[in-house]
Design a protein around this ligand. Structure first.
Ligand SMILES: *[C@@H]1O[C@H](CO)[C@@H](O)[C@H](O)[C@H]1NC(C)=O
Ligand SMILES: *[C@@H]1O[C@H](CO)[C@@H](O)[C@H](O)[C@H]1NC(C)=O
Ligand SMILES: *[C@@H]1O[C@H](CO)[C@@H](O)[C@H](O)[C@H]1NC(C)=O
Ligand SMILES: *[C@@H]1O[C@H](CO)[C@@H](O)[C@H](O)[C@H]1NC(C)=O
Ligand SMILES: *[C@@H]1O[C@H](CO)[C@@H](O)[C@H](O)[C@H]1NC(C)=O
Ligand SMILES: *[C@@H]1O[C@H](CO)[C@@H](O)[C@H](O)[C@H]1NC(C)=O
Ligand SMILES: *[C@@H]1O[C@H](CO)[C@@H](O)[C@H](O)[C@H]1NC(C)=O
Ligand SMILES: *[C@@H]1O[C@H](CO)[C@@H](O)[C@H](O)[C@H]1NC(C)=O
Ligand SMILES: *[C@@H]1O[C@H](CO)[C@@H](O)[C@H](O)[C@H]1NC(C)=O
Ligand SMILES: *[C@@H]1O[C@H](CO)[C@@H](O)[C@H](O)[C@H]1NC(C)=O
Ligand SMILES: *[C@@H]1O[C@H](CO)[C@@H](O)[C@H](O)[C@H]1NC(C)=O
Ligand SMILES: *[C@@H]1O[C@H](CO)[C@@H](O)[C@H](O)[C@H]1NC(C)=O
Length: 458
């Protein structure tokens, strides 16, 4: 059960309402799936980047127009789907149950083509599912949408899975999946609620609840695009979002809780790439681990827009940018030994209409540029992890910075040239006189409210 303070989602109606949100773990006996949920998948196998296992299943539809209601569909074989909708089919299934047992023998085949997914919608098909429950065990996605021109829509439905690599709604091969009013639970390793996969999956989720228990199981796994609105999610042993490489995630009015590594985590698992993008609007992020930051970036060049956002961390760290990445184990920040192509993270973050508390921490060549605008307020400062790092802070006239310790900045600009929007608490801002951004300061030392100063770092 998810017990959440839905201040953001319901802020118009009332504030600080405690709302109990239910998901399938409330009525399924989880103890029956303990062994299933302890299974891992062998990902250290030769990658097969073409389809070697055919998608098959006992209910195989490739026809123009079909509507099915009040049925139970089941299958138990390995590498087998239950319902397959393919070859430009149009299909509606409603008020039905779909049950799947059985294992996936090759993670590349299940990730890239949806082999062993309970429902596989493929090759230009358009399928709608209303009021269905999809339950899977032993490692099987609930629904996979594969191929350009494929659309799967799932509404008013419950998704439950146990076992590894059992994503809820999953799209790959440029397929698109839309979920509305979904209640999701996954108990296994690496079983995100809403995921994309190679080369891209387009995932749209509205008014839904998701709860994941396993390591590597996020609420959103962005590979392609994620668009979400009004989603409440709790990832017990993962960030609320993983993004691998240059992808897009737009999350609006979401209330997400993360239990491992970070609130939202953007990385590149191979070479560093430039252009990863996240937009978090009207949302709340709660990060439970004692050392985890709100946002974490490694081996990526990324931009984040945070508008009207609340971030609560136990660590007091808002952002980390690191010379690091995440491996397929999904449970630690990996370094050079795991990837000899690593490069530092470079991050631009634009904050508007938000009050944020916490530090920005950059490691080993990484940089964070932090822009506050539109009545934002930031209580915190910048910190070096280890090695060199670089920070830029930009304030508009309406935004405020309350320092909690000294800050060493490469770049500093402030539309309020009198600096009255900074409350120093006795701490100082040291700026780099060689940076052209700082020429407006004319190498001067200026007193700040509260006893600190803005002064050259050299
Ligand atoms: C497969 O799933 C069933 C149903 O959850 C479970 O009883 C069985 O233990 C699973 N197999 C393994 C090896 O976990
Ligand atoms: C992956 O498998 C190869 C060959 O079997 C082995 O040499 C390597 O150590 C394995 N890597 C990991 C991370 O387990
Ligand atoms: C989709 O099309 C590809 C390419 O023609 C084919 O290999 C694959 O088997 C098809 N998948 C399904 C589920 O029909
Ligand atoms: C399937 O559902 C969609 C959306 O609800 C609807 O537009 C379409 O007419 C339905 N098709 C069939 C064959 O019932
Ligand atoms: C799906 O499961 C929920 C919760 O048990 C139940 O209320 C609903 O009736 C089920 N739907 C179907 C189609 O069985
Ligand atoms: C299904 O996969 C499981 C796990 O790999 C294996 O133990 C079992 O023998 C397989 N079943 C068949 C019929 O191949
Ligand atoms: C996905 O899109 C890319 C780029 O348009 C294309 O090359 C590729 O064939 C598409 N893949 C599938 C499975 O449709
Ligand atoms: C971020 O998303 C919100 C909500 O969809 C949108 O209104 C806003 O324009 C987006 N911000 C940017 C910079 O694109
Ligand atoms: C930073 O990255 C190094 C590996 O390069 C890793 O050992 C360390 O745990 C990471 N720390 C954080 C907070 O990301
Ligand atoms: C720091 O970055 C350098 C490359 O600039 C790299 O060789 C080294 O392994 C990194 N150290 C850590 C702990 O990340
Ligand atoms: C500092 O400003 C320079 C020049 O505009 C820019 O290239 C660099 O990325 C900025 N660095 C940070 C950390 O903001
Ligand atoms: C400020 O200091 C930098 C180097 O520290 C120097 O190059 C520059 O000319 C100085 N500017 C002014 C206005 O004194």
């Amino acid at each position: 059960m998810l017990l959440l303070m839905i201040t953001v989602l319901l802020s118009v109606a009332c504030s600080n309402a405690v709302v109990i949100v239910s998901d399938p773990s409330d009525y399924v006996d989880l103890s029956l799936d303990t062994i299933d949920n302890s299974l891992l998948t062998d990902w250290n196998i030769t990658a097969t980047l073409y389809q070697i296992i055919a998608v098959n299943g006992p209910y195989y539809f490739s026809e123009a127009n079909r509507k099915i209601e009040h049925r139970t569909f089941a299958a138990t074989d390995n590498d087998t789907s239950v319902v397959v909708v393919t070859d430009n089919s149009i299909m509606n299934i409603s008020h039905s149950l779909i049950l799947k047992h059985g294992y996936a023998s090759n993670i590349y085949q299940s990730s890239f083509y949806g082999v062993n997914a309970a429902v596989n919608v493929a090759n230009g098909s358009f399928a709608t599912f209303n009021n269905i429950n999809i339950t899977t065990h032993n490692g099987s996605a609930n629904l996979y949408a594969y191929g350009s021109g494929t659309y799967a829509i799932v509404e008013d439905s419950d998704l439950y899975s146990s076992g590894p690599i059992s994503h809820g709604l999953y799209a790959g091969g440029n397929g698109t999946v839309t979920g509305r009013n979904i209640r999701h639970y996954s108990g296994g390793y690496r079983s995100s609620a809403f995921s994309g996969d190679t080369p891209a999956g387009y995932v749209y989720i509205y008014s839904s609840v998701a709860h994941t228990a396993g390591i590597g199981s996020a609420i959103f796994y962005a590979l392609g695009e994620i668009h979400a609105e009004n989603v409440v999610g709790h990832a017990e042993q993962a960030p609320a979002l993983f993004m691998d490489g240059v992808q897009t995630a737009e999350l609006q009015k979401v209330d997400l809780t993360a239990g491992l590594l970070a609130g939202l985590l953007l990385f590149s698992s191979s070479e560093r790439e430039a252009g990863a993008y996240i937009n978090l609007t009207g949302s709340k992020l709660t990060v439970l681990p004692e050392t985890a930051p709100g946002l974490w970036f490694g081996n990526i060049i990324a931009t984040a827009e945070l508008a009207n956002v609340e971030i609560e961390t136990a660590s007091g760290i808002l952002v980390v940018a690191n010379y690091s990445q995440i491996t397929q184990d999904f449970n630690y920040y990996a370094g050079y030994p795991d990837n000899n192509d690593l490069l530092p993270a470079e991050v631009d973050i634009y904050v508007s209409e938000s009050y944020l508390d916490g530090d920005l921490v950059a490691y080993n060549g990484s940089s964070i540029s932090w822009t506050l605008s539109q009545y934002s307020s930031w209580t915190g400062s910048v910190k070096f992890g280890y090695g060199d790092a670089s920070f830029g802070v930009y304030l508009d006239k309406t935004s405020k910075w309350i320092l909690t310790h000294d800050a060493f900045l490469t770049n500093f600009t402030n539309d309020d040239t009198g600096l009255s929007n900074i409350i120093s608490n006795g701490h100082s801002i040291y700026y780099d006189t060689t940076s052209t951004t700082n020429t407006w300061l004319k190498n001067q030392t200026i007193q700040l409210n509260g006893g600190g100063k803005v002064t050259p770092s050299t």
